[in-house]
Design a binder for this molecule. Structure first.
Ligand code: SAM
Ligand code: GLN
Length: 282
């Protein structure tokens, strides 16, 4: 009797097998994540994975795939495993030093598109740089200053700016809660740490154990950055606006107290899930 040939795993077999395996571990976006893994390992675009779906993986590629799958089911986000995260259709480098960009944050870009091009933009807490860099790549501003209190986050943001060949951006090390800002801008953007200390334990392990804590929480009630923005309103030029990401419905009444109607006009934009996600302040 001739022995059975060793089992070869083709792209299509791994996608099918992985989809079931991930789903049995409650990973909802299974197919998309497998495409990211295979695309990364084989250096193929998503479409090419399907054009070449009969291509078998080498032993080494298969080992890498297996180790990625094991890390993923242990709760590591796929973006940390491959070191890349998509934002507004582009890839950004991520490490443990930065928050993984979230799809809901793309709403800030959508709102800016409706407003039309701005002159000067300030972004507070740039992390991977995904917002600031996208603003320039989408031609939504002349110049951008982007800050972060974390030097290691700024290093990643600078790498991402280089990767996307964006030069009209100036990255600054700055603590928004401590240090004043002396210039003013047409648009001020931020996705600040807005999770309250008491909400941290309720986060998904993917978020809680892998995003930097200082990117998630202000170490208080999640509202400190909004209070500071209200006090720092001189950073807006006349007619300018702030677009600040918020945590959802539960923060709306608090924001209405912080940005008092006698001084500010306040409006909320909903994300793709219908959740109030961005506060527009004038
Ligand atoms: N802009 C990125 C995004 O949307 O994916 C990252 C947002 S993350 C939720 C918040 C960022 O604020 C982190 O990069 C964190 O380092 C930064 N940060 C935290 N405290 C800060 C402070 N006091 N001053 C400036 N930036 C701060
Ligand atoms: N949106 C992030 C989450 O879902 C939190 C980011 C932030 O605090 N700004 O955990």
């Amino acid at each position: 009797m001739t022995p059975a040939p060793p089992r070869t795993w083709r792209i299509i077999d791994l996608i099918k097998w992985g989809e079931d395996y991930f789903k049995s571990h409650n990973i909802s976006n299974a197919r998309r994540e497998l495409e990211w893994f295979l695309g990364y390992i084989l250096d193929l675009k998503r479409i090419d994975l399907y054009l070449q779906f009969e291509q078998p993986l080498s032993k080494a590629e298969l080992n890498t795939f297996r180790s990625f799958v094991m890390r993923r089911i242990k709760g590591e986000p796929f973006q940390h495993i491959i070191g890349i995260a998509p934002f507004y259709g582009r890839d950004f480098k991520v490490t443990g030093a930065v928050l993984v960009p979230r799809p809901e944050t793309e709403l800030i870009i959508e709102i800016l598109k409706k407003h039309g091009r701005a002159g000067s933009v300030l972004e507070i807490g740039t992390g991977s740089g995904c917002i600031a860099i996208t603003v320039l790549l989408e031609n939504l501003a002349d110049t951008v200053i982007a800050t972060d209190v974390s030097k290691s986050a700024l290093a990643i943001a600078r790498e991402n700016a280089e990767r996307h060949k964006v030069s009209q951006i100036s990255f600054r090390h700055h603590d928004f809660l401590q240090d004043d800002i002396s210039s003013s801008f047409d648009v001020v953007l931020s996705n600040p740490p807005y999770i309250g200390t008491d909400e941290m334990s309720g986060l998904q392990p993917e978020v809680r154990d892998h995003d930097p804590p200082a990117a998630l929480t202000d170490g208080a009630d999640g509202l400190n950055f909004y209070r500071r923005f209200a006090r720092q309103r001189a950073i807006l030029n006349t007619g300018g606006c702030m677009l600040l990401e918020i945590g959802g419905e539960h923060q709306v009444p608090e924001l209405e107290k912080i940005f008092q109607p006698a001084i500010f006009s306040l409006k909320f934009h909903k994300d793709h899930l219908g959740i109030p996600r961005v506060a527009e302040i004038r």
